[in-house]
Write a protein that binds this ligand. Sequence first.
Ligand code: TA6
Length: 303
Amino acid sequence: MRTSDYQKFEIAESVRIATGGTGIADGHPQFVTLRNLSTSCEADIYLYGATVTAWRRNGSQDLLFLSSRSDLTGNKPIRGGIPIIFPQFGNGPLPAHGFARNNPWNISVTGINSHEAPFVTLELVSSPTTMAIWPHEFIAEYTVTLSETLNCSFKITNTGSSSLSFQFALHTYFAVSNISAVSVHGLIGADYIDKVKENARFRDTDESLSINSETDRVYLSTPNTIGFEDRGDSGVKKTVSIIKSNLSDAVVWNPWETKCASMKDLAPEDYQKFVCVEAGQIDDWITLKPQASWTASQTLEAN
Ligand code: TA6
């Protein structure tokens, strides 16, 4: 996108575009900042991977975790925020978690909706790069809307002449006071695949899930609203809800100490500072016929 092209997307005080930065050509957009003037909330969305990297309230409190060691130069997936997992979850014939999170997206629309909430729509269109590893033509559109909540909506359209199948997830890293203060709820009664126990299947019979070791669970057919409580420092409690639409599954992940120490883009103590609770469509793949579309979203609420 040429330098002059992106300025048309800026909206005084509500939609700003930051340019340049390490690895980004001078004048080229790196990320978009949405600012809701009535709630004073802000959100940053990197064009690389269409990755939401920050959701700020009251000026500073950041509800999302972003590793201080994350590569923001567009050379590898951003560690933190809300990476988009598409068209593959986890390992398989494609790069881990697919290619949506490690490709540059373009700004297609910005605006302020009828509820005075700013939004940006980013777009990823199939290209020789994607066709080389996934031979399907598509248009992906990702809209982030900031009101009192943060809404992330994804739409994929099959623009090719044959069917395509995919998985999808929003790999959200939530900032927490300390992982030991966190309990995840809404998953009781759901079956889950435990990736730490050789992908064995279990049924969750607990009202809430506390995390005290490496945790990597893919929950199947979960309720549309799940969430977690962070009992916080000195009892300052935070409750976060994830409201899913058209996403049947959910993932709970924390690498814990040993795996965290092996990850170059995490500091050794970072496992204490985040929990991933991910809305996804993982177990049942989605298949789209030519010209068909699929839309899904998550809305994040925090008190
Ligand atoms: O969503 C959980 C998970 O699939 C874990 O197995 C772990 O691999 C995590 O994603 C991070 O994956 P990444 O490719 O971003 O390092």
